[in-house]
Write a protein of this length. Structure first.
Length: 610
């Protein structure tokens, strides 16, 4: 503070004492419950600018390179695997892990349309039209994967082409999967036997699997006019909205009882088994032309809880990450400090919210913070007060930029340039890990010097790889701030997905450069003579290739890279919503008649809940 620079006067001292006293009262009444961490002494960050300045024309050529990568992967699939599910890119053979309906072809359709690949599209279509969704008989298909890859793929290709044959096929598949909803709660069960029309699976559902289909079924309901599709999403939104989330800070926990429709555990995460359920709260609101306020409320609750409780910053390099935690008893909360590649979608979601929502004026869209916090424990209500010191638009964008940078750094640090599946952050003890919000508050109180905590540009770790002794490895873990926990890169999209969103939302060309580095690493390390392979041992100079090319590599990873480098904005974020498999669906509004027919009425809006 600048107090002593101005010299002393007794009046100023009195004012200062009164001010400190007021601050203490404020601290003890408002912040004590949420913030037990002491505010850290921050070393201001610097922006290490090390990006080249290249003429903007280079990006068009890079988009072409991604298109060629797609063609290489798809032609390998066509030659050695079609009409089976996926190519095995080392042995030139195929696997059938996703219903044997040609998942790579269906998942790739909309990418082909966006890239203008008519020939590949025409070659794929007849097989897709002839697929019998009742085959293979007597085998259960997984509801969630089938919805996001097949149904999402068909719907998106329909939306981009207007080819009604795709709509007919989507309708056929959507109907075949409906038995999944035959549970007491109405949450879908794990699998459906589409031949016999019966559901199967455990009585407890994983969050991501029970809550990542609303976009697909709502849009299917809109374009077919069928109530049985559209009303499901309304029903599920009500279930979540009315669930007792008192002990999870208003955030959905990871396991749910499919009979009672209530939470089954208190594990909170935006990573594996949870991720897309959180994604679909905001996206369902956006897809339905921003009318579904229940989902918007739940998005605000979730992000508030994550920002306050699941985001941390590492001590050496100020790497910000989002992790997961379990509450065993009210006083026994355990944070894992694992950071998953899967969680790297989260910064992109935050960025989308920053672009589309009036986060600094939520009242204008009918969000009342009192309503939002009504059933929460005092410590969680305190979290909302803590955030209210900041402009939420700024805060969400800083969070997005900081986490996405960490996602990038986990790639750039490795000799392969590819990011590991999971890293384990240095937690607690003498290393002094801190909640991100504590660091942000300290940065604010200490005069906002430098970029917000974690937002500053960072150089990759420069020590040579190939460490042998445990001692060396421990030292490396400390200076890098993390250890690599699962050393494989499964050609996943989440990191480049967030780069794309941040590029569109901020216009900062550094996101393109980061994506370009990732693409070059994929070309260098993962390319085989017939496609692209998952890479094991990304932390070694000589990695090992795995005989697998997941369909999402074509549906998502290459699509987001292509859109990142393409100058034209061919899928504007205010007109299209990407499902969790990167299939864009067009924003639509329900007519008043549809709203009544599908139960989307005023009484579902939060303002009417007494
Ligand atoms: C796979 O196919 C590619 C290209 O067609 C070929 O160059 C390569 O030798 C094949 N690999 C195997 C293991 O057959
Ligand atoms: C699809 O396969 C099932 C199971 O073998 C069969 O009963 C049905 O007739 C087939 N449908 C069509 C349109 O071929
Ligand atoms: C599909 O139809 C919509 C609405 O009529 C139109 O705006 C769009 O341009 C059409 N797209 C194609 C690829 O024909
Ligand atoms: C939520 O569940 C807890 C634990 O069972 C219970 O104590 C609390 O009263 C419930 N809250 C509401 C609003 O039903
Ligand atoms: C919040 O921040 C955004 C972006 O920096 C700015 O445009 C907006 O005016 C701010 N809102 C308020 C209420 O200060």
């Amino acid at each position: 503070m600048s107090l002593h620079r101005r010299g002393f006067s007794s009046r100023r001292v009195l004012v200062a004492i009164a001010f400190s006293f007021a601050l203490c009262i404020l601290y003890y009444t408002h912040l004590r419950n949420t913030q037990s961490d002491p505010l850290p002494e921050l070393i201001p960050e610097e922006d290490v600018v090390f990006w080249p300045t290249e003429p903007p024309e280079i990006w068009a050529e890079r988009a072409v390179q991604v298109k060629n990568a797609f063609l290489h992967a798809y032609h390998g699939y066509e030659r050695y695997a079609f009409p089976h599910d996926e190519l095995t890119p080392l042995s030139n053979a195929s696997t059938n892990s996703f219903n044997k309906w040609g998942v790579t072809a269906v998942d790739s359709l909309d990418t082909m349309l966006l890239m203008g690949l008519k020939d590949e599209y025409e070659r794929a279509l007849p097989m897709i039209m002839n697929t019998n969704f009742s085959l293979p008989a007597n085998t259960a298909v997984p509801f969630f994967e089938t919805v996001i890859r097949y149904l999402g793929g068909l719907l998106s290709a329909y939306a981009l082409s207007n080819d009604t044959r795709l709509l007919t096929k989507a309708d056929e598949l959507g109907a075949k999967l409906l038995p999944a909803f035959n549970t007491e709660s109405g949450f879908p069960v794990y699998a459906v036997n589409t031949y016999e029309g019966v559901e199967s699976g455990p009585p407890v559902g994983m969050l991501a699997e029970i809550a990542s289909w609303q976009l697909e079924y709502s849009y299917l309901g809109k374009i077919t006019g069928k109530e049985e599709y559209a009303e499901r999403a309304t029903l599920i939104t009500d279930l979540f909205y009315n669930a007792n989330l008192t002990f999870s800070g208003g955030m959905y926990p990871t396991k749910w009882d499919l009979t009672s429709g209530e939470p089954y555990d208190l594990h909170l995460s935006v990573g594996a088994a949870a991720d897309s359920a959180h994604e679909y709260t905001l996206k369902q609101y956006l897809l339905t032309a921003q009318t579904d306020k229940e989902n918007l409320e739940m998005y605000i609750r979730m992000t508030t809880h994550v920002i306050n409780n699941l985001m941390f910053i590492s001590p050496q390099r100020h790497l910000v990450y989002v992790t997961d935690m379990s509450t065993y008893k009210l006083e026994d909360t355990r944070v894992t400090h694992h950071f998953e590649h899967l969680s790297c979608f989260f910064p992109g979601l935050l960025a989308l919210g920053v672009k589309m929502l009036p986060l600094d004026d939520l009242e204008s869209v009918g969000i009342n913070v009192e309503e939002l916090t009504r059933d929460l424990l005092p410590r969680d209500r305190g979290g909302y007060e803590a955030l209210s010191e900041f402009n939420l638009t700024d805060l969400h964008l800083w969070a997005a930029e900081a986490i996405a940078q960490t996602c990038y750094i986990t790639y750039a640090d490795q000799p392969t340039g590819l990011g590991p599946e999971t890293v384990s952050m240095r937690a607690g003890g003498k290393f002094g890990i801190t909640r991100w919000m504590s660091a942000v508050r300290a940065w604010d109180r200490q005069g906002r010097r430098g970029p917000p905590p974690g937002v500053g540009d960072k150089l990759p770790w420069s020590e040579p790889p190939g460490l042998v002794s445990t001692k060396e490895r421990d030292r490396a873990t400390v200076t890098r701030d993390y250890g690599v926990r699962n050393i494989a890169y499964y050609l996943r999209p989440e990191t480049v997905e967030s780069f794309y969103m941040l590029w569109r939302v901020t216009g900062d060309v550094r996101w393109r450069y980061r994506g370009w580095h990732v693409f070059q690493a994929i070309e260098r390390e993962a390319k085989t003579s017939s496609g692209y392979a998952c890479v094991d041992r990304v932390h070694m100079k000589v990695p090992v290739l795995l005989d697998s090319m997941p369909s999402y590599f074509l549906a998502e990873t290459l699509k987001y890279l292509y859109l990142l480098f393409l100058d034209e904005d061919i899928v504007p974020l205010d007109r299209w919503v990407f499902n969790t498999e990167a299939h864009p669906l067009p924003v639509f509004a329900w007519t008043p008649e549809e709203s009544v027919a599908y139960g989307i009425t005023e009484e579902h809006l939060p303002s009417a809940v007494s």
